[in-house]
Design a binder for this molecule. Structure first.
Ligand code: HEC
Ligand code: HEC
Length: 280
């Protein structure tokens, strides 16, 4: 009881107003300028005017780590992803490279996922798509969702799309999942009755406890977090945020989180892909 009450007090204490996003510019390897602020997509009318990468809400040291691939610990996992890309596996004795060539051939793919897959009749995240290739084209075991190998591969695919604008489609057959994700975004969860929007739309720029709230964008995923010293997937992050409201949460890879990923990704349309990013 005491702990729950104390936690609630900490969370419901008035969020401290503070400076919002800073005015720094994200240039990776002194070469690749990343669009980290953009006009909000029309579907955000009345909600947000500008969309802003989470990079702008981190301190200078954390920001600097993302500006050089040698300082970005997430790039170690990209290297592991390259080894996986070239590894022959499964009954068909193929690697990703056998069919897809160099990872650079995947430039631009991360920017449009999650995406409707016509044949399967479902919205697919990048991890669902790569597991489909593993199971149905390689005869290999699927990778565990949002864990080790799947995240490494997602980081590799993100890295070859860095600097390309997020542009997920929300209309046509994807609209149903998008609506579901949107509804989740504005649903108040848990004992604290907080929605994603309570923190990431109404209070970004403010502090909650010691945390500088961002817009909760996912253009930087997968994200290397200093807190747990590993790469984190978007679904893992959603899970953590929902748990912080003292609510039951969903599992990585669940239809709920796939829909939420599509919706949250669409809130970042116009921002550049910057994964693997660095956050605290
Ligand atoms: C036997 C050939 C084959 C292998 C091996 C293979 N893929 Fe694929 N992959 C395909 C084909 C064909 C498509 C497009 C068909 C579709 O959309 O379902 C595809 C689609 C994809 C896409 C979506 C591209 C887009 O533009 O939407 C991704 C991402 C992908 N594969 C990743 C991988 C990864 C990662 C591996 C290795 C773990 C892999 N694939 C192994 C044949 C293969
Ligand atoms: C109680 C406030 C709170 C709620 C509610 C909340 N979050 Fe968060 N979230 C945070 C904090 C604090 C962080 C870490 C600082 C930051 O980036 O905002 C964070 C980080 C994130 C990030 C990482 C952003 C980045 O740039 O790496 C994403 C994505 C995210 N949240 C999504 C969500 C989604 C989706 C929901 C609803 C299911 C949600 N959050 C609900 C507080 C919250």
């Amino acid at each position: 009881m005491m702990t729950a009450a104390a936690a609630m007090l900490a969370l419901t204490a008035p969020m401290l107003a503070a400076g919002g996003a800073d005015d720094d510019t994200l240039i990776i390897n002194e070469d690749l300028e990343i669009t980290t602020k953009a006009a909000a997509a029309p579907h955000l009318d009345g909600h947000l005017d500008e969309v802003i990468s989470g990079w702008h809400f981190r301190d200078d040291d954390t920001q600097a780590m993302e500006m050089d691939d040698f300082d970005n610990p997430g790039m170690i996992f990209v290297d592991q992803g390259i080894d996986q890309w070239n590894a022959v596996e499964g009954s068909e004795e193929k690697s990703c490279a056998s069919c897809h060539g160099d990872p650079e051939e995947m430039a631009g793919v991360k920017a449009v996922y999650p995406k409707w897959n016509e044949e399967a009749g479902e919205v697919r995240t990048l991890q669902m798509q790569m597991n489909d290739c593993r199971e149905n084209r390689m005869g290999a075991e699927p990778w565990k969702y949002d864990a080790g190998a799947a995240i490494n591969m997602e980081a590799l695919l993100a890295s070859v799309s860095r600097g390309m604008p997020v542009n997920v489609a929300i209309d046509g057959p994807a609209a149903e999942a998008w609506e579901m994700g949107k509804e989740m975004y504005y649903t108040r969860y848990g004992l604290l009755e907080l929605s994603c929007a309570s923190c990431h739309e109404q209070n970004y720029g403010n502090y909650i406890r010691a945390d500088h709230l961002s817009q909760g964008q996912i253009n930087g995923f997968p994200t290397y977090r200093l807190k747990n010293a590993k790469l984190n997937g978007a679904h893992g992050r959603f899970k953590g945020c929902i748990r912080d409201t003292r609510a039951e949460t969903f599992s990585p890879g669940s239809p709920e989180f796939v829909a939420l990923e599509l919706y949250v990704a669409s809130r970042g349309n116009g921002l550049d892909v910057e994964g693997p990013s660095v956050r605290n």
